[in-house]
Design a binder for this molecule. Structure first.
Ligand SMILES: NC(=O)c1ccc[n+]([C@@H]2O[C@H](COP(=O)([O-])OP(=O)(O)OC[C@H]3O[C@@H](n4cnc5c(N)ncnc54)[C@H](O)[C@@H]3O)[C@@H](O)[C@H]2O)c1
Length: 327
């Protein structure tokens, strides 16, 4: 970031830390404690170590009032998430969580529409990368969609139903969840890291319209339910009510489909840049980060409920949710 001064990089693996430090012209340390002992002027840190170490790495920083952008998921358990949120609050330190999808230009266009979501469908599938094998697909990939649907539903979760399959190890590699929110909104979420293609999609149905978003290509469409579309639908309703045969009608020619668009601030068309800008703005006192610690905690809480529901599901003749391909 041009307006930030990179002081140091920390990695347990000093060879790796030194290589990155050499590339970016900064110092290298093996532990967070060494970093905070050597520098009293650090204002902000990005914590991108494996999730199990998030709390251990971030707490010494937050305790020194250093702002932290912690990668998603915030922590492996709700207890650790709560500890991090409380630690940030007690020290008046900025805590942001790396739910990068919130900064996807297409998602920002969805937010700007301000539709009241009634029903959502998400799909996030990709071929196996053999990364993040210490957690299941829910904590690894579904967590992005859980954060998004929680944001769009704007309501606490009432119930969770889910199924999942562990193919390569003890954790689920494929998962499907149906979440019902207290305000009646429903989200169907599908995730797989065993797919043959890569797809990241969100569909939102609301009284104001329908949205279809592709995170990968950062674009999407919206169909508003007022104006021309409302008139067209009313006409069809009347004709159907009068018993007319409309099988020759071309539905897609009748619906006005508009591209999702949003005026992004200069240089913010890349979601990682936008996320870092949001963090630096918060560090400089420019307000709360878009994805704060409470949002990170809510996503982990939802993910744990999904994992619990998966474990409780059984198939006839098969105990538990592990369905190994060779069994
Ligand atoms: N937002 C996203 O879309 C996204 C994408 C990928 C990964 N992530 C998250 O980023 C985090 C890191 O994932 P990754 O795949 O890059 O991990 P990784 O294992 O590839 O790399 C982590 C690095 O941290 C070092 N390390 C481990 N523990 C440490 C500690 N306590 N102190 C200092 N260094 C330590 C390791 O030596 C390694 O070099 C995870 O929480 C993951 O979920 C987020």
């Amino acid at each position: 970031m041009p307006d930030a001064d990179l002081k140091a990089v920390v990695d347990f693996d000093m060879t790796r830390a030194q290589a990155v430090a050499d590339e970016y012209g900064c110092e290298a340390y093996g532990t967070v404690d060494e970093l905070v002992a050597a520098h009293t002027d650090i204002q902000a840190v990005t914590v991108a170590v494996p999730t199990v170490y998030h709390r251990a790495a971030a707490e010494p920083l937050l305790n020194k009032q250093i702002a932290c952008l912690i990668e998603k998921p915030l922590a492996p358990s709700v207890k650790d998430c709560r500890a991090l949120v409380d630690c940030a609050k007690a020290n008046n330190a900025v805590l942001q969580v790396g739910h990068t999808e919130r900064f996807n230009p297409a998602f920002r266009a969805v937010e700007a529409l301000n539709f009241k979501a009634r029903f959502m469908q998400t799909e996030r599938v990709s071929p196996m990368t053999f990364r993040s094998m210490d957690v299941g697909v829910v904590m690894d990939m579904m967590i992005h969609d859980l954060d998004i649907v929680l944001k769009l539903a704007g309501s606490p979760i009432k119930s969770v139903d889910a199924t999942g399959v562990a193919v390569l190890g003890e954790h689920e590699d494929i998962a499907s969840a149906r979440i019902i929110f207290e305000n009646g909104c429903v989200a169907n979420i599908t995730t797989s890291r065993m797919a043959l293609n890569t797809e990241r999609r969100l569909r939102v149905f609301s009284e104001s319209g329908f949205i279809n978003l592709d995170y990968g290509s950062c674009d999407g469409v919206v169909v508003h339910t007022d104006g021309d579309n409302r008139e067209a639908m009313m006409k069809i309703r009347d004709q159907l009510a009068a018993g007319r045969d409309l099988s020759d009608l071309k539905y897609l020619d009748m619906v006005k489909v508009e591209p999702l668009s949003f005026d992004l601030p200069a240089g913010e068309d890349d979601q990682l840049t936008a996320e870092q800008n949001n963090f630096l703005r918060a560090v400089r006192g420019g307000g709360k980060p878009a994805v704060d610690g409470e949002a990170g905690l809510a996503a982990v809480d939802a993910a744990q409920r999904v994992v619990r529901a998966i474990r409780e599901h059984t198939w006839e003749g098969q105990a538990g949710s592990a369905l190994l391909l060779n069994s």
